[in-house]
Design a protein around this ligand. Structure first.
Ligand code: F0G
Length: 468
């Protein structure tokens, strides 16, 4: 007889000193005892995970079922908090891991050693759909009618899309003023979400959305929601699948609110616990220099997971310094323009599991790396370029071996932020200065400039012959 699925999953405070448990039907974004973040956990003895990762391949033949077609729910056995028949899916997770040799040479690893995981190929154009399908499934399980998030754009696009496609809930999204790229804003508006633009940035919006969710009983889908991170674990499962279940040497990911890095760490911790892999890859989390809280705390102030006994004073003191200096997050990579990452503690745990490092990269490095990714096809948005820029830096430092197998996560689609791309390639200096120059970007080293020609056939032919 099969075990009812709700019995195999529960929520638990991540602090080992607290460890308070809650049922899966309990809607909360932190521990009622100590305020810590929560994990979704499973009684693996009863949940019956696969004996080996290769077992997942059998499910390919069931792709006519939406829940098996989904690149998230295909791995349901490793996130069994809801019955498979109840999952909400719009076909997320059909993403590709591509060997990218031209980018490898830019990064400085051997040909064949660099892989790009294109999460921009999700239905709303970013990795967020991996998490949203899981949060949505939970929201539906508990009968939520409205869902909210604060967002730098992609979470809101994803939430708005799931609400519009499924009609299960109404979306309420909070965005900071002028802090969201038009590609993302256009999605939220088009999909019909109630869009609340507050006078402030993402960090301000995050504080408000928590208050509003609490006061109005609206389901919160930011990555403090532990169910969301369950879905994001599957990004790593797909990476392993594409590498025929071999663990790469490095996973490199941009860090904003630190949901992805936290989810990746949890995925590897569970796979190790279950004996499905024998080692975790190393994890590199890349901040933008203008939004570098994790870098500052981890690399400069040595803040560590420390078995769950994190020195809270170190992070509190740093955030107080930011406030005193009135320093707001500022980067061209608007998706990661965040100074107060809500998943800081979970990310420290992930860095511990995966022997991690953190680096910061400038907007110049980000936009040049993004151009390199674009030149290789498919492309990405600026925040995703941070992973490639970070990998390059780590190779230059000798931390990543040139012979290593490196996977960079491209978190968002190229079309999410066309302003940044056009400004990089433009011949219009004013546009360059306005969009990029104000961010400290001085050159467009890999610009592909449009060629201006008179409307005259011989001149057009001459130009094509000259430049092609
Ligand atoms: N890359 C992109 C394209 C993102 O949209 C985000 C986060 C990140 C990286 C950072 O990921 O938060 O898991 O560390 N975007 C959020 C949003 C904050 O609201 O869309 P993280």
């Amino acid at each position: 007889m099969s075990v009812p699925l709700s019995d195999v999953a529960y929520q638990q405070c991540i602090s080992p000193d607290c460890g308070e448990q809650y049922g899966v039907a309990d809607v909360r974004i932190n521990c009622g005892q100590c305020g810590g973040l929560l994990d979704v956990r499973y009684d693996w003895g009863r949940a019956r995970p696969p004996e080996k990762l290769g077992d997942f391949q059998k499910l390919w033949s069931e792709r006519h079922e939406p829940a098996r077609f989904s690149g998230v729910w295909r791995f349901h056995d490793l996130l069994p908090f809801a019955p498979l028949e109840q999952v909400v899916t719009v076909g997320e997770g059909q993403t590709i891991l591509q060997q990218a040799d031209a980018v490898a040479s830019y990064v400085g690893v051997r040909s064949g050693g660099l892989f790009l995981q294109y999460e921009g190929m999700n239905p709303s154009g970013s990795f967020k759909d991996n998490g949203m399908t899981a949060a949505f499934t939970h929201a539906r399980m508990i009968g939520a009618k409205r869902a909210a998030c604060a967002s730098t754009g992609n979470t809101s696009a994803s939430l708005a899309m799931y609400c519009a496609v499924t009609r299960h809930m109404k979306a309420v999204i909070f965005i900071g003023s002028g802090k969201i790229s038009y590609g993302k804003l256009s999605q939220a508006l088009d999909y019909g979400a109630l869009t609340v633009q507050i006078a402030g940035d993402f960090d301000d919006a995050m504080v408000r959305v928590r208050e509003v969710a609490r006061d109005l009983g609206i389901y919160l889908v930011n990555s403090v929601n532990p169910f969301r991170l369950e879905g994001q674990k599957t990004i790593m499962l797909r990476v392993l699948e594409a590498l025929r279940w071999e663990v790469p040497d490095w996973i490199v990911v941009p860090g904003g609110n630190l949901g992805n890095s936290s989810a990746f760490g949890k995925a590897f911790a569970e796979l190790l616990e279950l004996g499905l892999i024998d080692r975790a890859p190393r994890l590199a989390v890349i901040n933008a220099t203008g939004a570098n809280t994790l870098y500052e705390l981890y690399e400069n102030r040595s803040l560590r997971w420390n078995g769950g006994r994190i020195d809270q004073q170190v992070s509190d003191a740093y955030l107080a310094e930011l406030d005193a200096a009135q320093r707001k997050a500022s980067t061209l990579a608007s998706a990661i323009e965040i100074n107060r990452p809500v998943n800081l503690t979970k990310c420290l745990r992930a860095l511990d599991t995966c022997d991690g490092v953190v680096r910061e990269v400038t907007d110049q490095e980000i936009i040049d790396a993004k151009a390199q990714v674009g030149a290789g096809g498919i492309g990405c948005e600026p925040a995703s370029g941070a992973s490639v820029a970070g990998a390059r830096k780590l190779v230059q430092e000798g931390v990543i071996d040139p012979d290593a197998r490196v996977v960079c996560i491209l978190t968002g689609h190229q079309l999410k932020d066309p302003d940044a791309t056009v400004a990089y390639h433009t011949t219009d200096q004013d546009r360059f200065d306005r969009v990029l120059g104000t961010r400290g970007v001085k050159r467009a080293s890999f610009a592909n400039r449009a060629v201006a020609v008179p409307n005259d056939l011989p001149e057009i032919i001459k130009a094509i012959q000259l430049y092609s």
